[in-house]
Design a protein around this ligand. Structure first.
Ligand code: ADP
Ligand code: MG
Length: 342
């Protein structure tokens, strides 16, 4: 089973940044309002994600680290199919199989689960942790100190898979990837307070936006550079089943920011040729100025009209009505550029 997890890890866990992504997504799924991310030596030595989400009850800690669908990999020939199966319930076991992982959690005071736990255990002793030993066996649950919420600590990534470890780059490069992942998620969820530290130094300290546009724009400025907010045009366009909102940088200010392109579909960052094409077409009148249009855009549409699971680790999507989506985006941006630039 340990080996099966390591094989799955090859698909989801490429580097510290991919671990951070999985952990943050779990924290967001848990409904957290606050995220603390600590990274040492690019995340290779140690990383930890702490949230104030719903927590995991004591009796489910071991389950969270267990593979949900062992049967998927019954025979080696099935390995080919892994890429298309998705990885529901596989992230934590995969990460745990290639690192020294500790999971510490405490359920919130208003949760039913804790009510029963408090009844069966001493009150005030309600944080628990499990750790994965070097041989893959689980230690715990044992009592721990933790506020309501969850921490996952991952040490010595790939310590037991030297071939994988060889592909890691320098501490700086690995941290840059971590920072990219954190930025993407921080742009998508301004309602969640977030702190990122590298080797003990604060890299981002972002308060939760309170719903006013200015507070969201303040986060954009901090993540994309001061001036982004001032130099951008707000977009909010709707059509049947489709809504596009967010910001595009005015063409005159979009000279060379290839790393300022963020497009989310139903909250997930994607990179898609159809989308890129639609945006370039909208900007085509300005392309001499804006070779790399800057944007942070969110497309919302009913889940039945989009398949985001084309590949779990990549950023592809497949739209049911791709032409319609393409033209909607192009026209919405074109209209806004025409108003905002002239
Ligand atoms: P998945 O997210 O696909 O369900 P994971 O392996 O990432 O699988 O996580 C396994 C399970 O552990 C989750 O389904 C969730 O129940 C629990 N879990 C993981 N991280 C957290 C967290 N930060 N807070 C609360 N529950 C969590
Ligand atoms: Mg997950």
């Amino acid at each position: 089973d340990h080996l099966v997890n390591q094989i799955a890890a090859g698909e989801v866990v490429e580097r510290p940044a991919s671990v951070i992504k999985e952990l943050i997504e779990n924290s967001l799924d848990a409904g957290c309002a606050r995220l603390e991310i600590d990274v040492d030596q690019g995340g290779i030595k140690r990383l930890r994600v702490r949230d104030d989400g719903c927590g995991i009850p004591r009796d489910q800690l071991a389950l969270a680290l267990a593979r949900h669908a062992t049967s998927k990999l019954a025979v080696p020939a099935d390995l080919e199919a892994v890429g298309t199966l998705g990885f529901r319930g596989e992230a934590l076991p995969s990460i745990a199989s290639v690192s020294r992982l500790t999971l510490t959690s405490r359920v919130g005071p208003d949760s039913e689960a804790e009510a029963s736990e408090v009844a069966s255990d001493r009150a005030g002793d309600s944080a628990w942790e499990v750790a994965v030993a070097i041989d893959g066996r689980l230690e715990g649950p044992r009592p721990a100190a933790h506020p309501p919420g969850t921490s996952v600590e991952v040490r010595d990534l790939f310590f037991n898979t030297p071939a994988r470890r060889k592909f890691l780059r320098t501490e700086k490069t690995e941290f840059d990837h971590v920072d990219q992942v954190v930025r993407r998620l921080a742009l998508a969820r301004p309602d969640v307070a977030l702190e990122l530290r590298h080797n003990g130094r604060v890299v981002h300290q972002l308060p939760a936006a309170d719903g006013r546009p200015e507070s969201v724009l303040a986060r954009l400025d901090r993540l994309l550079g001061a001036g982004f907010a001032e130099q951008s045009l707000e977009i909010d366009a709707s059509a049947v089943d489709l809504r596009l909102h967010g910001w595009i940088r005015r063409p005159a200010f979009s000279r060379s920011q290839p790393d300022q392109q963020f497009f989310y579909v139903n909250g997930r960052l994607i990179r898609d040729r159809l989308i890129t094409h639609a945006i370039r077409q909208a900007f085509s009148d300005f392309l001499h100025q804006a070779r790399h249009p800057g944007y942070v855009l969110f497309l919302e549409l009913p889940p039945r009209l989009v398949d985001v699971n084309v590949h779990p680790a990549k950023h592809e999507v497949r739209f049911r009505e791709s032409r319609q989506v393409h033209d909607f985006i192009r026209r919405a941006l074109q209209r806004r550029l025409a108003q905002g630039v002239l």
